[in-house]
Write a protein that binds this ligand. Structure first.
Ligand SMILES: Cc1cc2nc3c(=O)[nH]c(=O)nc-3n(C[C@H](O)[C@H](O)[C@H](O)COP(=O)(O)OP(=O)(O)OC[C@H]3O[C@@H](n4cnc5c(N)ncnc54)[C@H](O)[C@@H]3O)c2cc1C
Length: 404
């Protein structure tokens, strides 16, 4: 007879929803507490690669995810006047024909949500304030709801995980700031972009804009080298001020994009950071996704780690008949090397995302311009080297078959 059936999951995004699905599948009773008042739409584009494709296939949602993919056609680097300096077709990197899928985060969350048809309780607009563990379970207090007792508590609440702070200690012990900040928000598609991305690089910073379909809306994106910046991750007014000051006087469409920032419904701003922890569980609590091992947006692998982590954690709990000590230890064993390899990707990627000098921008632009004109064997070798590193990390785990 399995034990520890009642599981509270903090966070109802990629990791939390995937975990709820798999726990339900294995006969557990998951409850999801999410701080947002409703499932969050929108968001930015994210990738599903390698082993994570196997997870969504086993969930029966791979075809739907492919249908809803961004279908991006390519991207261009532009100068201060908007002239295209170098253009990269998505097909050049195997983008549209390869196995990997790119989808907007909100679309993925909606599909995950739709796959969970019954047996999962949701508590929106709430957050855990205390977790007190005892021999028979964990007593949980909430900001709004009445206190309840669960068998297990899982933190799937992202980079600034509340559960991690409550159980493992202050965030500063685990967060590794890579020295950059990123901001992204919805903006009018005044350039009429259709599945295209434009990036305007300047020394130490880069501004961009993309639209995934011929949308009235696009996304504005800013990345800059920042060192460690002092701001609270919930102080949006201060974050907007920092962004406006950092990009003040910027060429291309920068001032127009910044003007639209003040009314953006979904302004996102954060450091590009990773989470490094020696262990992802303590007693009856465990962490999954960005909360335990966020690899940062620069790795492009956060979503895949979250999906695989949820699958493995739920599977190990089922395989151990709910014995959390055994399951949490096996979850860690299965995931550790996979996480390490994917976190490593970010350090290399970030250097290409923000170049530091005009000379580097010149070199990068020339190389990208040259690439489509190289003999196929050369360009295949250059592109193959980049894609192979990502492929290796994305497939650095063999999924067990936990399905009952
Ligand atoms: C700008 C940007 C670009 C990115 N690009 C990519 C990419 O190209 N490819 C890729 O794979 N990944 C990318 N990522 C990373 C990816 O979004 C994350 O790795 C992924 O969403 C992790 O999922 P998660 O469920 O662990 O965390 P999150 O998606 O962060 O979800 C955490 C959830 O917990 C909720 N929550 C937070 N605090 C509480 C609380 N106290 N109580 C209850 N709920 C709470 C939040 O509202 C949220 O719903 C990007 C991230 C950003 C920010």
């Amino acid at each position: 007879m399995p034990k520890n059936l009642d599981v509270l999951i903090s966070g109802g995004s990629v990791a939390g929803l995937a975990l709820a699905y798999w726990l339900r599948h294995h006969g557990f009773n998951p409850t999801v507490v999410e701080r947002a008042p409703a499932p969050r739409p929108g968001g930015y584009k994210i990738d599903i690669r390698g082993a994570a494709l196997g997870v969504v296939e086993r969930m029966g949602i791979l075809d739907e995810i492919r249908r809803e993919s961004t279908d991006m056609l390519g991207s261009s680097l532009v100068d201060g006047e908007g002239r295209r300096l170098a253009t990269m077709d998505a097909d050049l990197f195997g983008g549209r024909e390869g196995d990997d899928v790119e989808i907007m985060r909100g679309d993925l969350a909606r599909i995950l949500h739709g796959r969970i048809t019954e047996g999962v309780e949701y508590i929106f607009d709430d957050s855990i304030t205390a977790i007190t563990e005892h021999a028979d379970g964990a007593d949980v207090a909430f900001e709004r709801s009445a206190p309840r007792t669960f068998d297990l508590v899982i933190g799937a609440d992202g980079l600034h995980s509340n559960v991690r702070s409550l159980v493992f200690g202050d965030e500063s012990r685990f967060i590794r700031d890579l020295g950059y900040h990123i901001s992204i928000f919805t903006t009018p598609n005044h350039l009429g972009l259709d599945r295209w991305e434009l990036m305007h690089p300047a020394p130490g910073k880069s501004a961009g804009m993309y639209s995934t379909r011929q949308d009235a809306q696009a996304k504005a994106m800013f990345i800059f080298a920042s060192g460690a910046l002092d701001h609270d991750h919930r102080d949006v007014a201060r974050q907007k001020k920092i962004l406006a000051e950092t990009f003040a006087g910027g060429a291309w469409e920068v001032s127009r994009l910044l003007d639209s920032m003040w009314d953006a419904p979904d302004f996102y701003f954060d450091s590009i950071s990773q989470i490094h922890m020696d262990r992802w569980s303590s007693g009856r609590t465990a962490l999954v996704g960005d909360a335990g091992y966020g690899p940062s947006p620069a790795s492009g692998q956060g979503t895949s780690l979250a999906l695989v982590g949820a699958y493995v954690l739920a599977g190990e709990l089922a395989a151990a008949a709910g014995d959390h000590r055994t399951a949490f230890a096996r979850y860690e064993e299965e995931m550790r090397d996979f996480v390490t390899q994917n976190q490593k990707l970010a350090q290399t990627n970030i250097k290409g995302m923000v170049v530091t000098s005009k000379a580097q921008i010149w070199v990068q632009t020339r190389m990208l311009r040259l690439l489509p004109h190289l003999p196929a064997s050369w360009s295949d070798r250059v592109i193959g080297r980049i894609t192979e590193t990502i492929r290796k990390a994305a497939t650095a785990i063999t999924l067990k078959d936990y399905r009952s």
